[in-house]
Design a protein around this ligand. Structure first.
Ligand SMILES: *Cc1c(COP(=O)(O)O)cnc(C)c1O
Length: 400
């Protein structure tokens, strides 16, 4: 049980032991020949990028990745030494940050190469690069046929060091792997052309979490894991089909602030979308959609049947059939969110929950990447509690 009066009414609990466990599971799966990159973008999917990076670095991870140079700088300032790849195309004004903090840039256009060249001519120094190839995601990257020329141009510029080449799969989490096999084939051909042109020894990588599990032939020299590290599965079918035992790393906790018996026929919340068919006990939680509640993980339907099921659930939930909502977990059982989730309040049917009082701590389903980063985090294993932007003191969790 938690005794964190200083944390107020709700907080995020992060299990760093589970993170280490997941790291080892992935390592075992990919084998000793393949490097592991830990994706810690978006505040490490809501877990806290600095704390997660420290744990992964101590475990011996080969590389970390973030979206922006600013995220990379934050990790360097916290003392992280591991190579950090910046995924997003950079603006010219971000080059100095990448050079200053020894971040590895993604280069995806000729303009980017030229702006690096210009910067280096003025300031000197070195910058490591990974070349991004467009194989089907449709976001950014050199077209496959441009890759060799781009790589040659990079290698002709003093101070630029081409270390890797990569691409990103758009549908690896689907059951139907045809599109991502096509992407992989284009990537392999591009890599072969680079080798033929004499550009050898690049770290080649394309696999994300779904491909780590389901497409071992795509592991190449390095894999990039986000979702799996944090104990989630890229999709429900993947979870069912495999023996890959991950531990969840993250939960959102809130204390019950109010409990009351609601009479039969009474409605709950804005728009009166829920009406009590019988008298029932209702608990109020001090969290709402600003915190990400009711933004559950989005599983994109892979088949038309999945789509119909999803649409039916959404419709039924909307008209007040609460059965399909993810449960709120109390120590004494499961509750169901009822009515519309408010900005900072959520109502829960607790008729099947035992021993509930004001102050009881619940685990609330939310989409973790949508969570407000100002919400305090508690790290299990006696690690300091840090809040976004600063230290809010030391708080230890006692396991009872
Ligand atoms: C976010 C991201 C990943 C990680 O994806 P998961 O499915 O969460 O493992 C890998 N590569 C790139 C380029 C990404 O942007």
């Amino acid at each position: 049980m938690m005794e964190n009066i200083g944390l107020g009414t709700h907080w995020v609990e992060v299990d760093l032991g589970a993170l280490q466990h997941n790291y080892r599971v992935i390592r075992e799966k990919i084998g000793p020949q393949v490097k592991l990159l830990g994706v810690v973008k978006a505040d490490a999917y809501g877990l806290g990028a600095v704390e997660v990076s420290k744990v992964l670095e101590a475990q011996g991870i080969d590389m970390l990745a973030v979206t922006s140079a600013a995220e990379g700088q934050q990790l360097r300032e916290a003392g992280i030494k591991t190579p950090i790849l910046v995924f997003r195309p950079f603006l010219p004004e971000e080059i100095s940050v990448m050079a200053r903090w020894n971040l590895t840039a993604t280069v995806a256009s000729r303009e980017a190469i030229l702006s690096l060249k210009e910067w280096l001519e003025e300031h000197g120094g070195t910058i490591n690069l990974h070349l991004k190839v467009e194989t089907g995601m449709g976001r950014y990257g050199f077209w496959p046929e441009e890759a060799v020329v781009a790589a040659q141009e990079i290698m002709s510029i003093p101070g630029l060091f081409l270390e890797g080449v990569y691409s990103h799969l758009a549908t690896a989490m689907w059951k139907n792997k045809a599109y991502c096999r096509k992407q992989f084939q284009i990537f392999q051909e591009t890599c072969a052309n680079l080798e033929k042109a004499g550009i050898k020894g690049l770290i080649k990588h394309i696999a994300n979490s779904a491909a780590i599990i389901e497409l071992p032939e795509m592991h190449l020299d390095m894999v990039r894991a986000g979702t799996l590290l944090y104990g989630q599965y890229p999709n429900a079918p993947v979870k069912k089909g495999i023996n890959f035992n991950l531990k969840d790393t993250w939960s959102f906790k809130a204390k019950v602030v109010y409990i009351r018996e609601l009479p039969q026929g009474h409605s709950v919340g804005y728009g009166r979308t829920f009406r009590a068919r019988r008298s029932l006990p209702v608990a109020v939680l001090p969290v709402g959609y600003v915190d990400g509640v009711q933004l559950e993980p989005l599983f994109k339907p892979a088949t038309f049947l999945d789509f119909l099921k999803g649409a039916a659930k959404l419709l039924l939930t909307y008209v007040g059939w609460e059965k399909f909502r993810a449960p709120v977990q109390f120590p004494g059982g499961k509750g169901r969110i009822i009515g519309k989730v408010g900005m900072q309040l959520t109502m829960v049917d607790v008729s099947e929950v035992k021993d509930l009082t004001v102050g009881t701590i619940a685990s609330v389903p939310v989409r973790r990447t949508a969570i407000n980063s100002a919400i305090p985090k508690v790290y299990k294993e006696g690690i300091e509690v840090l809040q976004a932007g600063g230290d809010i003191g030391i708080s230890y969790e006692q396991e009872s």
